[in-house]
Design a protein around this ligand. Structure first.
Ligand SMILES: [Fe+2]
Length: 392
């Protein structure tokens, strides 16, 4: 996140002696991406952040299988069930929906606090569909609710403490997630044409200090998951500054870009990651040419798989398809998709859409995970022709 922030106590000069009230030195840590050549933060710990006393490999059985036969698909996260719903946390309870070499996309309905965790393989993007949570991090806490996107930098230790009815889509990238470069000036300020800017972002405001010894932290890395035991609780940072930290952006603060005729998906872009983009479709005035067709034209996304997560309102173009709140549609490259029959005619003359959806476009095919297979509606591919193997 290219935006300087300072929280808690820090010394006036970096890399100088900084002492606790008892005279002991705080331990300075640099969290920096791209070697030492890009954004970073300096954190000041009460204890050595290096002091681990155990490391145990954790079984990680997550697998995906190709989208075969290739077809558009519909999944209902609202129908996902967990074996013990009262014992689901936002880290170990994630159900893998989709994945490729660049990103894993999971869903979780969390009911209890997660263990401490960090993803050393890439940034994570959490999207809160419903409910509330406190995301506790080494940088401080973030209070989040429905519509919030939370960007968690690679290797940021955190845990999720859920409130009521927390349902989240989780993207685990193998790289960094941030605003599209075209929204930013050369020095990193949001430009006037960007649909959101610095005022819409939230970050930690005060340190989070927790005492404790022999504390477990689950670390996802390229080769799997390892559980480290730290001599001291990792939430021991008395202050930090820099441009690398977790931050929050609410989808309702996305200002839609509209036109006389249909605007293409890139106007909805919110984030970019390694070989994928995330777009926000928000309630908006629709196309105002006198002969405008407000719903999208049929389209072949030649170079990407298109995943749409329906989170609010009625999605006009999908009426009659079985899609509801919580649904995810997957329109892979190789198959043209478009509005359901009758949706074009029904949209003519509309002035406003109340839909909210989060779209993830990946530039490599998405494979299907266990969670997707557990909640697929097999009829969807035939919903345009209204006949096929599983229809009606
Ligand atoms: Fe599409």
């Amino acid at each position: 996140m290219p935006y300087y922030r300072s929280v808690g106590e820090i010394p006036r000069k970096r890399h100088t002696q900084f002492r606790a009230p008892d005279g002991s030195l705080y331990a300075e840590e640099l969290m920096g991406v791209e070697g030492f050549s890009s954004d970073s933060a300096l954190l000041y710990h009460r204890h050595l952040p290096t002091a681990i006393v155990d490391a145990v490999q954790i079984e990680d059985a997550r697998q995906t299988s190709p989208n075969l036969p290739l077809k558009p698909r519909h999944f209902r996260s609202q129908d996902l069930k967990w074996e013990s719903p009262a014992e689901v946390d936002a880290v170990t309870g994630r159900r893998l929906l989709f994945g490729n070499a660049d990103v894993k996309i999971c869903f979780v309905a969390a009911t209890r606090p997660s263990p401490l965790y960090r993803n050393a393989a890439g940034d994570e993007l959490l999207y809160v569909q419903t409910g509330t949570a406190v995301v506790e991090t080494i940088y401080g806490s973030l209070t989040v609710g429905d519509g919030d996107y939370i960007v968690i930098p690679t290797s940021c230790t955190y845990r999720v403490v859920p409130g009521d009815d927390l349902r989240m889509l989780v993207l685990e990238a193998t790289g960094h997630i941030g605003p599209p470069k075209r929204y930013l000036s050369k020095k990193g300020q949001f430009l006037e044409h960007s649909p959101y800017c610095e005022r819409d972002l939230r970050g930690p405001t005060e340190p989070l200090l927790v005492d404790g010894t022999d504390v477990d932290v689950f670390v996802r890395h390229r080769a799997g998951v390892t559980r480290f035991t730290y001599a001291n609780h990792p939430f021991d940072v008395v202050g930090w500054d820099g441009a690398l930290y977790p931050w929050v952006f609410n989808i309702r603060d996305f200002e839609p870009i509209t036109g006389r005729v249909h605007q293409p998906p890139p106007v909805h872009q919110t984030f970019e990651g390694p070989n994928f983009v995330v777009c926000s479709f928000c309630p908006r005035k629709v196309d105002y040419h006198p002969l405008a067709v407000p719903v999208p034209y049929n389209h072949a996304n030649v170079d990407s798989d298109e995943l749409m997560f329906y989170v609010g309102g009625n999605y006009e173009a999908r009426k009659g398809s079985g899609i509801g709140l919580g649904s995810l549609s997957l329109h892979p490259s190789g198959v043209t998709h478009g509005p359901q029959p009758g949706a074009v005619e029904a949209s003519l003359g509309a002035e406003q859409f109340d839909e909210t959806a989060v779209m993830v476009d990946t530039f490599r095919p998405l494979e299907l995970g266990e969670g997707a297979e557990a909640c697929e509606d097999p009829r969807y591919a035939w919903s345009w022709a209204k006949r096929g193997p599983d229809w009606p």
